[in-house]
Design a protein around this ligand. Sequence first.
Ligand SMILES: [Zn+2]
Length: 301
Amino acid sequence: MRHPAAAALPDLPLATPITDRAGHRRGPLLIAELVADPATRVLEVATGRARTKGGSALTLRAPEPADAERLALFLGEDREATSYLAVEVEAADDDPQWQGLRALAVALPAEQAGMLVQAVGVFNWHAVHQHCPRCGTQTEVVAAGYTRRCPADGSEHWPRTDPAVIMTVVDDDDRLLLGRHAGWPSGRFSTLAGFVEPGESLESTVRREVLEEVGVRIGEVSYLGSQPWPFPSSIMLGFDSRALTTDLHPDGAEIAEARWFERAELLDLVQRKVVGLSPRLSISRALVEHWYGERLPDPPP
Ligand SMILES: [Zn+2]
């Protein structure tokens, strides 16, 4: 019998941060100082994409004077106390030298993937928060890229992260509930998930989402781990939950199909490519394997 032994999820892709974000350094002069210091390492980001050396390491360079005019973000320091700066640049959408996080995340060293997650998450926010939500004035970037300030009313605005829960649902027979989203091909299954609404605890969101999407009532809910998911601005909060009921009523809007899987059955269906699971990049995959007790075969490319 295989049973999950670990109390938490193993190291998740995208979830390893730079050694030290060094938030205390985010003063008004920091970006200019870093651009003037040839020891600074600069990461160029173009609409969520970066360049790499053969896919296995980010391309980093020394600062150049033009960086002072670019949207810039102080990422932090590595173990050798080297400072890292991300700058936003332009690149053609079809330039193959530039690749997005989904393609790079598993290939890059964890801390480099984390730097790109950090930069992409903050730049995604800048891209759609150019104006003050109070008065509409164009805001200014301060605090080394982490804050926008309105010059008219002085209000400050910070990058937002939208919490979403994602969960395994397991019944008394130790079966796992997976759903197929409307619009997904036949055989593609995943854990259920949904955004946290204002006024909700995370546990309440787990119970509401499962009830709404498949009509199952949930008892115990336990936290397993989290993964930043900057597509464009989420954090996925992973839970295990216990089903109190087993009748399935997919809502038809978000979830087209739902079913219970036993372990041997799921392995067999994955091996025969009848069922496809989420790619290894996602916490969904880690949650399913946490229930299963070990790695499952990778989905076909
Ligand atoms: Zn304002």
